[in-house]
Design a protein around this ligand. Structure first.
Ligand code: ARG
Length: 459
C-alpha cells in the first residue's frame, strides 16, 4: 500500500514504481533516517503533539529496526525510498504509534536532514584519510631533505629542488583540502527538519530542540530553502573534485617517476601490476586508476550542478538525483585516498637516479647567473652571459661544471674559482633558504609546521 493511497484509484504502473524508487541506492541512509526520526518523535512528545508512550514505542521500534538492518535480519523491500521503508516497517511492528511519527514532517525535510547527517559523518572520515596522507608525506619528506632532484617547469628541467620539497608541495595542497572539507561542514550547520514539505507546519513544533539534539547550531531560517537547498552537497562534490584533482596530478608524477626513462621511484610489488603478455612489465595501475577515477568525481559534481540549475522552488523529484552523485563521490574518494597513501608509503625512492637526472638539463644555470649578479653584474647581463655558456656547453655536450675557469671568463670577467662551489647541486639547494624554498633547514620548518597543522585539525 502506497503512502499516498487515499487519493488514487489505480495502482502505479510497475515501470513507474521502478523508475521512481530510490531505495536501491538510498538504503545506505538508514542510520541517519532512524536518528532523525528518533529526534523528531522525542520532540513531538515534548511539545505535546504525540503522547510519551507513542514516542517510546516509536523509538523502541526504530532501534529494533536499526539492529535488524544491521544484523541482516531484515532486507530492504520494494518501497519507494528508505523513509517509506522504515515507516512501513515501523507501523507493521508498533501499529498506530508508527503512523503518528510523520506528524509535522515531510519526506522533503527528512531527506535533506538525512543527507546532511550522512555527509557530516563521511566528510569526517574523508578528512581523517587526508590528514593521514599528509602525515605520510611528512614522514617520507623527513628522509629526503637532502635528496636533490630536478624541479621542472613545462616538464623541462628548471632548477634544483629536493624530493622532500616536492612532496611538501602536495602536503600543502592536501592541507587546503582539509580546510575546504571543514568549510563544507561549516556550511551544513543548520537543520532542515521542521521545514515540512515546504511551508513549515501548523503544529507547535520546537525546531531548536531537534536541531540541537542532532548536533546542528540552529534550524534553517526559511522552510522553502530548508527543503530545496543542495548547496552543501555541491560544496562537498566540489571539495571532492579538488581532492581528486590533487591526487590525479600526483598520480601523473608517480607514473612518470616510475617509468624507465625517469626511474626516480620504484613502486612496491604489492602496489603494482603485471602484463598478461609482456613478462618485463610492472605497471602503476593504482596511480592510473586514481587519475582515471578523477573524471567520475568531476562528473558527479557536474551532474548535480546541472540537476539543480533549472528547478523551481521548492522540492522537485529531480533532487533525488543528488544521491547517486554524492554516494559515488564519497565511495570513490574513500577508496582512492587509502590505496594511494599505501602506494606512496611503500614505494622505494631512488635518490641516485634523481641526482643523476639533476646533473642534466643545466638546472644550475640560474645559480650561475645569480653568482654573477652577486658579484655586481646586473642580472639581465648575467642572464645573457650564462645563456652563451649554456649554448657553448650544449654544442660540445658538456655541463657548466665541466667548463674551465678560462671558458667561464670568456663570457664574463667576474667569474672566479668559486664558481664551481656555486654550481654544486647540493649547494644550489642548500642556499635556497628563502621562505618556502627547498633548503633542508627551510624544509624542516615546513614539515614541522605541517605536522602542527595535522595535529590541530585532528579530532
Ligand atoms: N526519495 C526522495 C528523494 O530522495 C525523498 C523525498 C521524496 N519527496 C517527495 N515529495 N516525493 O528526494
Amino acid at each position: 500500500m502506497k503512502l499516498w493511497a487515499g487519493r488514487f484509484q489505480k495502482e502505479t504502473d510497475r515501470q513507474v514504481d521502478d523508475f521512481n524508487s530510490s531505495l536501491p541506492f538510498d538504503n545506505r541512509l538508514y542510520r541517519e533516517d532512524i536518528q532523525g526520526s528518533i529526534a523528531h518523535s522525542r520532540m513531538l512528545s515534548q511539545c505535546g503533539i504525540i503522547t510519551p508512550q507513542d514516542a517510546e514505542r516509536i523509538e523502541e521500534g526504530l532501534l529494533g529496526i536499526l539492529s535488524d538492518i544491521e544484523s541482516g535480519a531484515v532486507g530492504f523491500g520494494a518501497q519507494e525510498d528508505i523513509h517509506t521503508f522504515i515507516e512501513d516497517l515501523l507501523t507493521e511492528r508498533v501499529g498506530d504509534a508508527g503512523k503518528r511519527m510523520h506528524t509535522a514532517r515531510s519526506r522533503n525535510d527528512q531527506v535533506a536532514l538525512d543527507m546532511k547527517l550522512y555527509l557530516r559523518r563521511e566528510i569526517g572520515t574523508i578528512k581523517d584519510m587526508v590528514l593521514n596522507l599528509i602525515s605520510v608525506l611528512c614522514d617520507i619528506a623527513k628522509q629526503h631533505r637532502d635528496t636533490v632532484m630536478p624541479g621542472y617547469t613545462h616538464l623541462q628541467p628548471a632548477q634544483p629542488i629536493t624530493f622532500a620539497h616536492h612532496l611538501m608541495a602536495y602536503a600543502n595542497m592536501f592541507s587546503r583540502d582539509i580546510i575546504r572539507l571543514e568549510n563544507c561542514l561549516g556550511g551544513m550547520k543548520e537543520c532542515p527538519l521542521g521545514s515540512g514539505a515546504l511551508a513549515g507546519t501548523t503544529h507547535p513544533i520546537d525546531r531548536e530542540m531537534t536541531a540541537s539534539s542532532l548536533g546542528f547550531d540552529a534550524p534553517t531560517q526559511n522552510s522553502m530553502d530548508g527543503v530545496s537547498d543542495r548547496d552543501y552537497a555541491i560544496e562537498f562534490l566540489s571539495a571532492a573534485s579538488i581532492i581528486m584533482m590533487h591526487l590525479s596530478r600526483f598520480s601523473e608524477e608517480i607514473i612518470l617517476w616510475s617509468s624507465w626513462e625517469f626511474k626516480f621511484v620504484e613502486l612496491d610489488d604489492a602496489y603494482s601490476t603485471g602484463s598478461s603478455i609482456m613478462p618485463q612489465k610492472k605497471n602503476p595501475d593504482v596511480a592510473e586508476l586514481v587519475r582515471g577515477k578523477t573524471g567520475r568525481v568531476y562528473g558527479d559534481l557536474m551532474s548535480l550542478l546541472t540537476v539543480m540549475k533549472g528547478i523551481p522552488l521548492a522540492y522537485n523529484k529531480d533532487m533525488q538525483e543528488d544521491k547517486e552523485s554524492v554516494f559515488d563521490a564519497v565511495d570513490t574518494v574513500k577508496t582512492c585516498i587509502p590505496v594511494f597513501t599505501s602506494m606512496l608509503r611503500t614505494m622505494q625512492v631512488l635518490p641516485q637516479n634523481m641526482r643523476a637526472a639533476a646533473r642534466k638539463g643545466f638546472i644550475n644555470a640560474t645559480d650561475c647567473a645569480d653568482y654573477l649578479a652577486k658579484k655586481g653584474i646586473p642580472f639581465r647581463d648575467a642572464y645573457k652571459a650564462v645563456g652563451k655558456l649554456v649554448l657553448y656547453c650544449a654544442e660540445s655536450g658538456r655541463t657548466l661544471e665541466q667548463l674551465t675557469p678560462d671558458e667561464f671568463r670568456s663570457v664574463s670577467e667576474a667569474f672566479g674559482e668559486d664558481i664551481f662551489e656555486a654550481l654544486d647541486l647540493q649547494n644550489c639547494v642548500s642556499q635556497r633558504k628563502s621562505r618556502g624554498g627547498p633548503a633542508p633547514q627551510e624544509t624542516s620548518r615546513q614539515i614541522s609546521q605541517m605536522e602542527s597543522f595535522v595535529k590541530a585539525h585532528s579530532k
